[in-house]
Write a protein that binds this ligand. Structure first.
Ligand SMILES: [Cu+2]
Length: 477
């Protein structure tokens, strides 16, 4: 009897050890060092193309990938960030000021940190800036601490709608207000009669437009040509609709669509981080834009106290909207093909047990470093096998949507930097590697990024001497 009890106890102990020892190892293996070089994280994935040296000690420094220093600034701004513990502001407001430039301008913005204790940065979301101006703490710069400043310089090459936000503790700082819109006007064009930013954000309650809850009024006359620049700074997908008004989608993620046609009574989806420009002529009795977050915009005559319309029955599909046009590079024979398969499983992330996101089966930081050389044509297949949707954001580049779920795109070229990848969906996208650097490629549902849904695109021969963690406690997510 005693022997049997002992055996049982031994068996129980062995079973416990069999569980605990691997768990202990997994926990230990998941611990991140106090500081680490992002360029050395994960494993190199060459996407089926030739492998380079991937020597992250010798090469071109991220900090040296700058706009031509001899160019004088055409637009010069100082953005001072501050916090009262609850909200973050830029020059005293949230959203911060709209940064306006004209195509071709050299933009120079000095970030000054007044009192944001954990530090801050400015990332120019959707603008394909030189790497040193990308504003990612621990990757392209150190977080700017109170009393310090950092100068961002870039040429505003592509007219369109963009935004800026902190990329230090971004899941907290962005939600609490450290952002603003950017508009790059085309050079020498007449433009619209009325051109307004509609920045959508939820600070913790319902939706707001440019910081205002409820209904915002845009002054316009019947017959005016209007361009509304919808910017989604939230973590989730937004839907916008214009009940009864004919409209067209002029641009997506800062790129004009080719041959967009009028549509009526369909919704338009704006992924987290994404921008959609809507164009329409103001009807005699005005127009009304309703937003899924709960806010509305009345354009021209119309009743600000009017009733919100029920949501749209269907949403516009960009896959076959507008007129096709040949891509500027040959997408049929890419130099590299990468998989970006998103899933979720239990495990440890930096020693913390939980259900964490995976990239190609691995938990952060055991994720691919997508390696390219300048001039490569690169195809990504993003597959979402997880039970939640993910707005995927690649820094420094725009990608052309080739297909969704195996169905080829047949509409206008659809260039994106913030692409909603729904549950079970797969997208094939193509890009030209024409902006050397070390670039984040992550989910813009920012809590998801903080939960490990982060990878990087890296040009062979580029090095970064910045570190995540470290004395500056750089925490990009
Ligand atoms: Cu996500």
């Amino acid at each position: 009897m005693a022997v049997r009890t002992g055996t049982r106890l031994w068996l129980a102990g062995a079973a416990t050890a069999a569980l605990v020892l691997p768990l202990g190892w997994m926990w230990q293996a998941s611990l991140l060092p106090d500081r680490y070089d992002m360029a050395a994280m994960g494993y190199a994935d060459w996407g089926g193309g030739p492998a380079g040296a991937h020597d992250h000690h010798h090469g071109t420094e991220v900090a040296d990938l700058v706009a031509d220093p001899s160019l004088p600034a055409d637009v010069e701004e100082t953005f001072t960030v501050a916090t009262d513990g609850d909200r973050f502001t830029v020059n005293g407001t949230t959203p911060g000021p709209v940064l306006r430039a004209t195509e071709g301008d050299l933009v120079e913005v000095t970030l000054v940190n007044d009192d944001v204790a954990e530090g801050a940065t400015l990332h120019w979301h959707g603008i394909d800036v030189p790497n040193a101006a990308d504003g990612v703490a621990g990757v392209t710069q150190d977080a700017v601490m109170p009393g310090e400043e950092y100068v961002y310089r870039f040429v505003a090459e592509d007219p369109g709608s963009y935004w800026y936000h902190s990329h230090q503790v971004s899941h907290e700082q962005v939600q609490k207000g450290l952002f603003g819109a950017v508009v790059i006007e085309p050079r020498g064009s007449g433009g619209s009669d009325v051109d307004e930013v509609v920045l959508m954000h939820q600070y913790g309650g319902g939706g707001t437009v440019n910081g205002q809850p409820g209904t915002t009024t845009v002054v316009a006359e019947p017959g005016d040509a209007v361009r509304l620049r919808l910017v989604n700074t939230d973590n989730g997908l937004a839907t916008a609709w214009l009940p009864g008004t004919d409209f067209r989608v002029l641009a997506v993620d800062g790129r004009d669509l080719n041959g967009p046609t009028d549509v009526t009574d369909v919704g338009v989806e704006v992924p987290a981080g994404g921008r959609v420009d809507l164009g329409f002529t103001v009807p005699a009795d005005g127009a009304r834009l309703d937003l899924s977050g709960g806010a509305s915009v009345v354009v021209g005559p119309g009743d600000p106290d009017g009733v919100r319309s029920p949501g749209p029955g269907e949403v516009l599909d960009l896959l076959d909207y507008g007129e096709p046009e040949a891509p500027p590079f040959d997408v049929s024979r890419p130099d590299r093909r990468f998989d970006y398969v998103i899933d979720r499983r239990p495990g440890f992330l930096d020693g913390v047990p939980g259900l964490w996101w995976t990239v190609n089966g691995g938990l952060y930081p055991d994720v691919p470093m997508f390696m390219v050389t300048e001039g490569d044509v690169v195809v990504f297949e993003i597959v979402n096998d997880s039970p939640d949707s993910h707005p995927m954001h690649l820094h420094g580049h725009h990608a052309l949507v080739l297909s969704r779920d195996g169905v080829a795109a047949t509409g206008s070229p659809w260039w994106t930097d913030s692409l909603e990848v729904g549950v079970g969906e797969s997208y094939e996208i193509a890009l030209l590697a024409d902006n050397p650097g070390l670039w984040m490629d992550h989910c813009h549902n920012l809590p998801h990024a903080a939960e490990g849904l982060v990878a990087h695109l890296m040009y062979d021969g580029v090095t970064s001497s910045f570190e995540v963690g470290g004395e500056r406690v750089n925490r990009p997510e």
